[in-house]
Design a protein around this ligand. Structure first.
Ligand SMILES: [Zn+2]
Length: 504
């Protein structure tokens, strides 16, 4: 996920329903949560997905294995039906053997000497994902500080150079938001100035490398880019600042191919009264590949599968159907959920809600309703049993545009995305260190209980939690939450205004 800035506003709603209905709903909730918290295959499923299959980039054998894992695990969980749906992505991408060497003329120790000894070392670096390949030797390095327009102006001529961009250490959701928002103008300035490539300093300390992308729809980016280990990047910056010329030899042999097929996995529990209407409980199955995609988002893919098991074990059937979907291509721009929405456009009136979780194991505090106050009363009733976990706060002042709810939201469908604390998500985000050992299984089971309850509650509610919004209403929520400004900065807004994406 690429998170929004969350304006956390807890809405407390007083509600009154008949005591009989409440008792019934409560006992269903208790049964669901009890079953979710019971001993289950969730840990084993996640270990298989992460340790044995590993990182899952669309177009790779690992992604295909993960799809087969999803199908088998959904069947074992007792889903009424399981199938897969293919879609196309514009390009395949894989990193080659990236090697970056830096050379410089060092500082003379002997004051009479004109120049010091040669400096030469290898940088710990990886390519930015979906960036073009490059091989170039003796490329001058220029430091553009934080990468603002003023910084670029100060740096002067950047043509043919490697542009070094400094960053802040990632600590909060807001920092991560800023990391994504910062890149597009830097890329524009670098392209305009005819730079050879961009080197972003990692926002994580201690040499941690991670897979970052600036592509928003699976497209190959405009300029070669690398992510440099923070400590190495600072060292290069100091060399440049010392006034001696610094060069880089860049070998970034990314393997780029044409369009690829990727696959969503869909399981279903049929509704008892309105089987044509359905709720989606979704999480993405794909991941980056430096680590094994445990926090992002393997643990929540395993959660979605275990929700099927818990509902079946509780012996409950919701009024409406529930589709449990493991999306692919999320990391390249929510490609799988976008494809699902476009393939199912003629049935979107029947989607009663979409529930998504995508922030690792950080404690769930509640749900964002995508700027929709009209849903708050109905949803507050559904999440009432989560009060015991302090997971029932609803936020309506923000929109999550960085995960698989987004294209449903652009179609006016009610969406609920789990609001989560940072936990250990950010330090391991997309990183070499995103591995099975980072997942607190007892917390994951608690989240399974919470998400199962919410998806079931939306599917089982007597009335739908919200209407499908029309295009004008959707645009109003985008503007009211100021998400339009963020989408403009990322180049996504024109997809909405041109009608390429979202409700017609
Ligand atoms: Zn994610």
């Amino acid at each position: 996920m690429k998170p929004r800035i969350a304006v956390i506003l807890a809405l407390v709603f007083v509600f009154s329903i008949s005591s009989i209905a409440f008792a019934q709903a409560n006992s269903d909730a208790d049964r669901l949560m009890e079953e979710a918290l019971r001993a289950s295959p969730i840990e084993q499923n996640l270990r298989h997905l992460t340790d044995e299959i590993g990182g899952r980039v669309p177009g790779t054998p690992a992604m295909e294995k993960a799809v087969a894992w999803g199908v088998a695990a959904f069947k074992a969980a007792g889903a009424d039906s399981v199938h897969t749906e293919d879609f196309r992505m514009p390009a395949s991408w894989a990193e080659g053997d990236t090697e970056i060497r830096v050379s410089a003329i060092g500082t003379a120790i002997d004051p009479k000497a004109a120049v010091g000894p040669a400096v030469d070392f290898k940088l710990r670096a990886v390519s930015i994902a979906w960036a073009p390949a490059l091989t170039a030797k003796h490329v001058p390095v220029v430091d553009v500080g934080g990468g603002s327009a003023a910084d670029f102006k100060k740096a002067g001529d950047i043509s043919g150079k490697l542009v070094l961009v400094h960053t802040d250490v990632l600590k909060t959701w807001e920092d991560l938001f800023n990391e994504y928002m910062k890149a597009p103008p830097v890329i524009d300035l670098a392209v305009k100035g005819k730079a050879k490539a961009i080197a972003f300093l990692a926002t994580r300390e201690h040499d941690i490398l991670y897979r970052h992308t600036n592509a928003v729809a699976g497209e190959i980016d405009k300029i070669p880019m690398i992510l440099v280990a923070r400590e190495d990047g600072e060292r290069v910056g100091r060399l440049v600042t010392s006034g001696h010329p610094v060069w880089a030899d860049l070998s970034i042999p990314n393997k780029i191919g044409g369009p690829i097929k990727s696959t969503n996995v869909v399981a279903e529990i049929k509704g008892s009264e309105k089987p044509d209407e359905y709720v989606v409980l979704g999480a993405h199955l794909d991941s980056w590949e430096l680590g094994t995609g445990a926090l992002d988002n393997g643990c929540n893919a395993a959660l979605v599968i275990d929700a099927v098991r818990a509902i079946k074990a509780a012996g409950l059937r919701p009024r409406r159907s529930i589709r449990f979907i493991l999306f692919s291509g999320e990391e390249q721009g929510m490609m799988g959920s976008r494809a699902y929405v476009s393939a199912h456009r003629n049935e979107l009136d029947k989607v009663a809600g979409v529930v998504v979780i995508d922030a690792g194991i950080g404690r769930v505090t509640g749900f964002t309703l995508g700027g929709r106050k009209d849903m708050a009363a109905a949803v507050s009733t559904i999440v009432e049993p989560l009060k015991q976990f302090s997971a029932n706060k609803l936020t309506t002042e923000d929109i999550e545009w960085g995960t698989d709810n987004f294209d449903f939201l652009l179609e006016g469908v009610p969406t609920l995305v789990a609001n989560q604390e940072e936990g250990n998500y950010l330090v391991n985000y997309h990183a070499v260190s995103d591995t099975f050992d980072k997942v607190d299984i007892s917390q994951l089971k608690k989240h399974t209980a919470e998400m199962t309850l919410v998806a079931f509650g939306v599917a089982n509610a007597k009335d739908r939690i919200g209407l499908r919004l029309n295009r004008m209403q959707i645009e109003k929520t985008l503007r009211d939450t100021h998400v339009d400004e963020q989408l403009k900065a990322l180049g996504i807004w024109t997809q909405w205004t041109s009608g390429k994406r979202g409700r017609q």
